[in-house]
Ligand binder design. Sequence first.
Ligand SMILES: Nc1ncnc2c1ncn2[C@@H]1O[C@H](COP(=O)(O)OP(=O)(O)O)[C@@H](O)[C@H]1O
Ligand SMILES: C[C@@](O)(CCOP(=O)(O)O)CC(=O)O
Length: 654
Amino acid sequence: MPVSHEDLLTTTSGDLLEVASPANRKRAESEVSRYYDAHQEPSSSSPDSHPLLDVGNNNTTPVASGGAVVGGVLVGAGGGAGGVPPTGAATTTLPVLQRRDSGRGRARELLPRKSSLSMPTAPLTFQHHHRKNPSSGSISRVHSSTPSGRPPLSQDFSRGSTESTSVASETLQNSTPPFTSHEPSVPGLTGRTRSLSRTRSLSYMKRMEPELPDFMVSAPAKVIMYGEHAVVHGKAAIAAALSLRSYLHVHHLPRDNRTVTLHLADIDLNHTWDIESLPWDYFNSPAKKRIHFDTVTSLDPELLEALQPFLASIVNKYHSAATAFLYVYLCLGSKHSPASVFTLRSTIPIGAGLGSSASITVCLSAALHLQSGMLVRPSAKLFEEECTRQLKRINDWAFVGEMCIHGNPSGVDNTVATGGKAVLFRRGDYSKPPEVKRLEYFPELPLMLVNTNQPRRTAELVAAVHGLRNSHPTTCGLMLDAIDNVTAEAMMLLDNKHFRPDDSHLTRLGELVRINHGLLVSLGVSHPKLERVRQIVDGSGIGWTKLTGAGGGGCAFSVLKPLQMPGDEAKKLKVEATLEEEGMVTYEATLGGDGVGVLWPAMHGKPDERTAITKEMFLAADGNEGVEALVGVKTLGSGRLAWGFWREWLPEEA
Ligand SMILES: Nc1ncnc2c1ncn2[C@@H]1O[C@H](COP(=O)(O)OP(=O)(O)O)[C@@H](O)[C@H]1O
Ligand SMILES: C[C@@](O)(CCOP(=O)(O)O)CC(=O)O
């Protein structure tokens, strides 16, 4: 029987527990205190943190939970089928990559599965003994050991080593000694001396170990089928998720490191800030403070101003991505945020109309929420309402990032990149949330995507349309209304379970594509290269073409006619060859995939021989194919031990 999300309690670990069970409440409370201990040393809690996200009422159905403690949070599905009962004991064997530097090279050469690696990989066995602390009643876990019996100390250790961090921190928090001594014995040390030495080494371990496991997030590109630009002016647009994606790896540093690094590998931007010197006082002042469930619809110029000294040395032409990162980082984080390295790679062409900026801001927003314990990670236990809530948090803050990059985004791009599949989107009033209708029956369409490779900037094109509208308000207003009509007509076809991609339906969609493109030409956002694509594709009679995104270059797509007549296939191949000869790139586009996903912890391989995906491996992956082969949502699949998605679409499969 399904459990309502109101019956469940969400913990900092992202696990859902039945609310009525006292043991579960205790467990959640102890997670909260561990969370504060890890994030807000010394012990003070701050109002900007929300470690215990939701507390509901009325329990009916038990939802067991288990999983391994990693840096104070639980990892794994933690309580799905086969989960560990809260007071039981479990043994987990994980292979661990024990090396500091994996070096560079092709991704597949780096997969740390075989003994050919220059540094050893070693299996690590953890035993989780769940004990009741007699004084606090909280549940603790003690013991982990490496094969050599030494506690791991390297920052590059994967989950296993982090496990022992949590053991160390738990031990330090307890005034009474731990229940079982599985710690390494130190010859010659006994009694008080030994215990002092143990305390020191535990505190050293605590400082040296990261607070959280490394993890990854990913978000897709999008194609606007109808309504770009008009959507900025309050009209509707239809957009769908595209199979190209951005991937963000989050690596946590030892606790005594107080830096945060943003490495945008595609644009060669790699910058490190000292966390404590960032302008927290501005961002955390009561008048300015915005937190994760706030909906922010405009940027604060004073906060932007406060960031400038920290961005001044970044001369990269794509530096607005760094502004987006810092703005959201300072809003969602605190002086005590864990030291980390954010490494981003994307398979989406940058500035080509496919929503590369939204895809990266969705990744950044999701990662920062996850890092600060403000999201429930996806799992089969999440209900549609809960998924919607998580997605809204991510999307709202991705929109803030988009504002830093675009200036005046409609929000359609980040909405599709967050939720996936396809939507009808309209934002009539910028001070209110947009209307979003999910297109449940969005069909599989025969599309060809063409990148003209003509660079352009969305912000400039959006500003140009604003300028035109100011100088020709009536005419421009009518054109925007006409685009709105096109979108409404297309909607009747695309959100219809009886849609058949046969001649008559496809022809209507195709004609609407052509009309929409003509209106965009009139708004001044086409480009000779986009017109050339249209001439080649539409001229050969194989489909209907329209620019997508902001225009001015970037991408166009064509809805292709069914290949029915002899010679149709040859015509299509000739079109592709001509486009490529002229320096354009063609893609077979798959629309309607998943939105934002999370790989927590960042590991790959079969369930029983999983290895960490390090940031070095991620950086060394060769091109887009290498990235897809190493971390791709298709490669690693989805499920309990792989990419998880907050799916509003297919909750029964989640
Ligand atoms: N892979 C990436 N790495 C770093 N920054 C990126 C990446 N992709 C996009 N961006 C940011 O997004 C901006 C491009 O956004 P935009 O002009 O809206 O084009 P698009 O249509 O691709 O979203 C870049 O200037 C850069 O700031
Ligand atoms: C022109 C616009 O409608 C879409 C821009 O898309 P892109 O940034 O070119 O992917 C702007 C917007 O909706 O924010």
